[in-house]
Ligand binder design. Structure first.
Ligand code: GAL
Length: 352
């Protein structure tokens, strides 16, 4: 296993950005930049050992300065939506930017995807990795508390990408970190993902209103196009006349993962039959947002690719959306003295 580092450009305000390349002994290569803690490329083999880059992304730093789809990044301080950009905590109301209609989305105007992280390489007998750290100051994007965030991205020889997140605060705050990779297991530049077979380990999901805020209900997937308990292609029901699919413009919902404790549980799986590539996603958090790239619209990506609607899908493990305003959901509050932890694993293999 091996790690190399090179320059990846300079931000408009003069900060130097790095690109780390991590390689294991089984043909897996991942490129991670210090800008936004973004996975720029992820190469894995198919059933014949042929390697392809299976994540959407930009060729250069420039693309990531805008990055409306949030390709490949760590999203924070609060991934997903907070209704009307407001929440109350310990008797105080906090106001965030309304950057998605009237709601707050993915950490605000300058979320964790748009800052430069401190990086340190890590290598042991079993893994190669990069540890990224960022101090989000009290009041940044309206959130309370100085929040110290650490993300360890690592790969091992089982072709697993592990993402271990930790954070501490000096004042009560809310936190919801996730990874926002867009996958196309055929290859990032091969068109839409509608033929991927998806399984989601969930009996229930959180239906939303027309602004993508959960109604608060945990609805049964049974008998609906939201039922992915057995493998179904993404395209099979995506255009069905089902209100939640109309509201989401496709799949863009949070599923309630079936689990008994807070350990690493399987959230979702995708299989691309043409290449044989398989992705399984594990998390210690209660939910997973399954998003089918409904808002991708002609972004110019790596290798001259132009990404179209549904050119990639995301499995984003996390707390449920809008948890700070929905007391019946698992709490996303972090207090001083506690350590926020979120472990995710993206495991690649091939089906025979
Ligand atoms: C997803 C979210 C979508 C959309 C996308 C970014 O995480 O569920 O609604 O905002 O990010 O384009």
């Amino acid at each position: 296993m091996n790690i190399t580092k090179k320059a990846f450009g300079t931000t408009p305000d003069g900060q130097e950005v790095e690109l780390y390349t991590l390689t294991n002994d089984n043909d897996m290569t991942i490129k991670i930049t210090s800008y936004g803690a973004i996975v720029v490329s992820l190469f894995v083999p198919d059933q014949d050992g042929k390697v392809a880059d299976v994540v959407l992304g930009y060729e250069k730093l420039d693309g990531y300065l805008q990055n409306d789809p949030y390709f490949g990044c760590i999203v924070g301080r609060y991934a997903n939506r907070i209704a009307k950009g407001k929440f109350s905590l310990e008797g105080r109301e906090y106001t965030l930017a309304q950057n998605n209609g009237e709601n707050a989305l993915h950490g605000g105007l300058v979320g964790f995807n748009k800052v430069v992280w401190e990086c340190e390489t890590v290598q042991t007998d079993d893994i190669v990795g990069v540890r990224l750290s960022y101090l989000s100051k009290n009041g940044e994007e309206g959130y309370p508390g100085n929040l110290n965030v650490n993300i360890l991205y690592s790969i091992n020889n089982n072709n697993e990408l592990k993402i271990d997140c930790e954070a501490t605060t000096d004042k009560a705050t809310v936190i919801n970190l996730t990874h926002h990779g867009y996958f196309n297991l055929k290859g990032h530049d091969t068109g839409d993902i509608l033929n991927h077979e998806v399984t989601i380990n969930a009996d229930r999901y959180t239906p939303t209103d027309e602004t993508a805020i959960p109604t608060g209900e945990l609805a049964d997937v049974d008998g609906t196009p939201m039922d992915f308990r057995s493998a179904t292609t993404i395209g099979a029901r995506i255009e069905d006349d089902f209100e939640q699919l109309k509201l989401g413009n496709g799949y863009d919902h949070n599923w309630v993962i079936n689990r008994s404790k807070d350990d690493l549980a399987l959230a979702a799986k995708a299989v691309d039959k043409t290449s044989g590539r398989v992705l399984e996603v594990f998390t210690t958090k209660p939910g997973v947002q399954f998003y089918t790239g409904n808002f991708i619209e002609g972004q110019k990506g790596k290798d001259g690719a132009v990404y179209k609607k549904r050119g990639g899908f995301c499995f984003e493990p996390q707390f449920f959306p809008d948890s700070p305003n929905q007391p019946q959901f698992p709490s996303a509050v972090l207090h001083p003295g506690e350590v926020y932890q979120h472990k995710m694993a993206y495991k690649f293999s091939v089906s025979k």
